[in-house]
Write a protein that binds this ligand. Structure first.
Ligand code: C2E
Ligand code: MG
Length: 513
């Protein structure tokens, strides 16, 4: 029995040994298999690795380059700027962002391909300057370029802006490109770069008149202004829905008959808790944010509704002069809207006078000319508003198919007090009449001014002397009583000399009253 047990143990040991030895082999072959596979894999990986590097380079290029201008894009800018910051820990930097403000107008005028060429020109200009000065620059998106400038010396930064402006504007002699810049002094380089770019763009939005000054430096005050503006925009949207914008009418009086010949529609905001707000408090803000487009559409419709009400109530309608913000001049969409309103309310276009502010048309570019020609073709009466406020060339008067000019209130006031000024006014009125225009003078506050205007040949006048802007109900009662109002004006205490001078006028007024 003992021998049997011994034999079994020996056999078991032999078997275990044999299994161990066989497993050793297996491990060996597995190892060598693994090694071989790994070798192959490594070889494959190597191959893939070389493909990847090339692809990666290509991918990087695609990922980091703007496809149109072939300079760095936003991703590139973020990486390159971060690298520049970390490599220069003791340096301070300034971020500059710019776009071509009137690129749309340019593209509209010369076609989209030419517009693309301007973008290319901007990118190449930036590249040339950026490479020369070893600065990080990029074409971050469609019409926005960024650059990081070493240092925060205002003079040097503005020098850079000036150089860029000059080179950008050298692109076209017939059309003045308007690059506008936002400048941001980087205080905390760990702040997300996207926030810095946004701050720069915010500053850039505050550029009001790029021909006079085409940059704005970011400040916290600007940011709080912006927030306030944003809140106001929201309020404006609500107010539009709730009909809180009111149309006031200010009479425009014929200086020969002292009768109301037309009225200017002027917006007022019935602001909860603050009363009636003047447009000076909100129009400039709305013009910055394009809200003025909505407001104008609303006001134009109010004008057409008023005309329709007069006609429906058998009241003789008074032609209404409507303000057209320069913002509409970017394309012809607003003409379609005006046509639609006239069709919808069945109003003859001759009942409308479109007031085009001088500041919107004084640059005399082709696009503006085309739009004005189109408005004329569509049958509207056209008036240059605030004439004299921009020192625009006199040939504006016959270059455009306009019907009237309205002499600006401040221009009139500045000149009506001196002999020299009166000569300027007299010359301007004569010039306008020479080319067949009707002349209206705005801001007439006294009878003396009224008489002066009659003397120099202004056809019509508008001003507090006749009436402040009033709501439609009051305007209706005012209408046709203007002669009486002029005659009864408390401001008029004629001397004998005056009487002699104004004899004709007074006789006429008494006759009419
Ligand atoms: P504007 O088109 O030049 O309008 C004339 C402004 O002069 C009006 O100011 C009017 O009330 C004021 N005014 C008229 N006569 C006298 C006067 O004898 N003395 C004085 N001190 N002022 C006089 P208002 O109504 O405050 O409008 C200011 C400007 O706001 C307008 O200037 C116009 O540019 C803009 N505006 C008003 N309503 C609208 C609108 O519906 N759309 C657009 N886009 N702009 C508007
Ligand atoms: Mg006006």
């Amino acid at each position: 029995m003992i021998i049997f047990i011994f034999i079994v143990i020996v056999i078991a040991l032999i078997c275990a040994l044999a299994y161990y030895i066989s497993q050793l082999d297996l491990y060996k072959s597995y190892d060598s298999y693994r090694a071989g596979e790994m070798e192959k894999l490594r070889a494959e990986l190597d191959v893939e690795h070389t493909i990847n590097t090339e692809t990666l380079q290509k991918l990087n290029k695609i990922a980091y380059t703007n496809p149109i201008t072939k300079i760095g894009n936003m991703d590139y800018f973020l990486d390159a700027a971060t690298k520049q910051f970390s490599e220069n820990p003791n340096e301070v930097f300034t971020l500059i962002a710019f776009n071509i403000q009137n690129l749309d107008k340019f593209s509209h005028l010369f076609g989209p391909t030419e517009g693309d060429n301007v973008v290319l020109h901007a990118a190449h200009t930036l590249r040339d300057i950026g490479q020369k000065t070893r600065q990080v620059f990029a074409h971050v998106y469609s019409n926005l370029f960024c650059m990081i400038v070493k240092g925060q010396d205002k003079e040097l930064v503005l020098e850079q802006v000036e150089v860029l402006t000059q080179q950008l504007q050298s692109y076209s002699e017939n059309f003045t490109l308007l690059p506008t810049f936002g400048i941001y002094y980087i205080k905390d380089r760990h702040q997300p770069l996207l926030d810095m770019i946004n701050s720069c763009m915010l500053a850039q939005r505050f550029v009001k008149n790029p021909q006079a000054c085409n940059y704005v430096i970011y400040s916290e005050e600007l940011e709080s202004n912006f927030r306030q503006n944003k809140r106001m925009s929201q309020e404006m949207e609500d107010a539009l829905e709730q009909h809180k914008f009111l149309m006031y009418l200010q009479p425009i009086v014929d200086l020969r008959t002292f009768r109301i010949t037309s009225a200017e529609a002027l917006v007022r905001w019935d602001y909860p808790g603050k009363g009636i707000l003047s447009p000076y408090a909100f129009i400039p803000l709305f013009e910055n944010t394009n809200l003025v487009q909505k407001l104008d559409y609303y006001m134009w419709e109010e004008c057409l509704k008023a005309l329709r009400r007069w006609i429906d109530n058998k009241i003789e309608p008074t032609p209404i002069a409507m303000n057209i913000s320069p913002i509409h001049f970017q394309n012809t969409k607003f003409i379609d809207h005006l046509d639609y309103l006239c069709d919808h309310y069945l109003i003859d276009k001759k009942m409308l006078i479109l007031e085009l502010p001088e500041r919107g048309i004084s640059d005399g570019d082709e696009q503006t000319k085309k739009i004005i020609q189109q408005l004329k073709k569509h049958g509207y009466i056209l008036c240059i508003d605030n004439y004299g406020s921009m020192n625009s060339p006199l040939n504006l008067l016959h270059d455009y198919p306009i019907d009237r000019i309205k002499i600006d209130r401040s221009f009139f006031n500045k000149n009506s007090d001196s002999e020299e000024g009166m000569s300027i006014l007299r010359y301007l009125v004569a010039m306008a009449k020479e080319v067949g225009l009707t002349v209206i003078t705005e801001g007439v506050e006294t009878l003396k001014q009224t008489n002066l205007l009659g003397e120099i040949g202004s056809d019509m006048a508008q001003g507090y002397f006749f009436s402040k802007p009033v709501d439609v109900r009051e305007f209706d009662s005012l209408n046709h009583s203007m002669v009486k109002r002029v005659y009864q004006s408390n401001e008029y205490y004629p001397t004998f000399e005056d009487l002699e001078k104004d004899l004709d006028l007074i006789a006429f007024m008494l006759d009419q009253a």
